[in-house]
Design a protein around this ligand. Structure first.
Ligand SMILES: CC(C)(COP(=O)(O)OP(=O)(O)OC[C@H]1O[C@@H](n2cnc3c(N)ncnc32)[C@H](O)[C@@H]1OP(=O)(O)O)[C@@H](O)C(=O)NCCC(=O)NCCS
Length: 333
């Protein structure tokens, strides 16, 4: 079944923001038992950006959204809704959407946070597009922002090297017939919760001295299980969605996968038989920024002139939960 929106909705502008602090593999190898060579060959990452202490997800999400608003030539007051995909909100409550709303001055908008880990941005796009297609909103901002440096365990060399901080934002609006979001395919499977998670800090295991001592407030993951599932699900959900719309991977101008590990992305690309030059890559410079990988990779592809009006684009994500999916877009500007 295709998820065809009743009104054509598309992305009409994109923005991004990263912190200034650059952390190279060489610098990381002074902090943990690793090497530039291991990180580059096993993950494709050469450097990442980390915030200074005290900065939260809204401090990157707000400038990314401001940039998207400027590029679209609209004011923050023109927004109806702000949806913020994040796994590292400024605080458990209030929602980071409230802080971003206040920072950009979106005085007429309501909003909320959406938690789907690395698939969060994709799911938030579908939620935002649904609000427009139902007539409930005209302009929706979708922000993906994560401060992964706040939840990494510097004693776990297999995970701390993988993540970076960043934010991307898009504006969603009604677009011309035949353009914008053509279809999407989303899934969750809770049997995957223990493979990639942060055990503490929520209602099940609130923060105590013991949870801090047990390292319950950092990322725990089973890297190889996540690796295999990510390749399979990103590729297969993309393929299923293309098939049912009468397209093949050869029709794609740009494939924008979640940037978790270059080897995961390359394997998904091979499974789909898409030529490597059609894949958006920014993991080398920014690592895995969770909800921010897809909008920032999209931003950078647009800047590089890799996508134009009429091109077919597929976004694909996989993350904790497990959560995963894909979205097919006929680019509209
Ligand atoms: C985490 C990941 C990079 C590990 O790569 P891998 O090839 O599976 O490596 P392994 O875990 O098998 O470890 C291989 C060896 O490298 C070592 N190693 C792990 N991290 C290292 C590091 N940063 N530097 C040097 N050596 C490291 C391990 O200790 C192990 O050594 P051993 O063989 O002596 O025990 C990989 O599994 C991965 O990317 N998984 C997906 C993670 C992910 O994307 N999560 C987010 C999804 S949204």
């Amino acid at each position: 079944m295709t998820r065809t929106l009743k009104i054509p909705v598309g992305i009409t502008a994109v923005g991004q923001a990263y912190p200034e602090r650059l952390v190279t593999n060489a610098e990381l190898s002074t902090m943990v038992d690793t090497t530039d060579e291991w990180i580059r060959t096993r993950t494709g990452i050469t450097e990442r950006r980390w915030v200074e202490k005290g900065q939260g997800a809204s401090d990157l999400g707000a400038p990314a959204l401001r940039m998207a608003l400027e590029r679209r030539g609209i004011r923050a007051e023109d927004l109806d809704v702000i949806i913020v995909a994040t796994t590292t909100p400024d605080t458990i409550f209030p929602a980071t959407a409230c802080r971003i709303q206040q920072k950009v001055g979106a005085t007429k908008a309501w909003g909320f946070d959406l938690g789907a880990a690395c698939s969060g941005f994709l799911f938030a796009l579908s939620a935002g597009a649904g609000l427009i297609a139902s007539g409930a909103a005209t302009r929706v901002a979708v922000v993906g922002t994560d401060i992964m440096s706040s939840i990494i365990d510097m004693d776990d060399r297999a995970t701390c090297v993988l993540f970076g901080d960043g934010a991307g934002a898009v504006i969603l609006e009604q677009v011309e017939e035949g353009f914008g979001i053509l279809d999407f395919e989303h899934h969750v499977d809770g049997t995957g919760v223990d493979f990639l998670h942060m055990p503490g800090g929520g209602s099940r295991l609130p923060a105590t001295h013991e949870t801090v001592d047990n390292k319950d407030h950092v990322i725990h993951q089973s890297g190889q299980d996540v690796f295999k599932a990510a390749v399979r699900e990103m590729a297969d959900s993309s393929r299923l969605m293309l098939d049912r719309n009468g397209f093949t991977p050869a029709d794609l101008k740009l494939f924008v996968p979640h940037q978790a590990n270059l080897r995961i992305m390359d394997a998904a690309l091979r499974r789909l038989e898409i030529p490597p030059e059609r894949m958006a890559v920014n993991i080398d410079r920014f690592a895995n920024t969770t909800a921010a990988t897809i909008p920032t990779a999209l931003f950078q592809s647009l800047e590089a002139g890799k996508v134009a009006k009429g091109d077919l684009v597929v976004l694909a994500a996989f993350g904790a939960g497990f959560t995963w999916g894909a979205m097919l877009i006929r680019w509209n500007f």
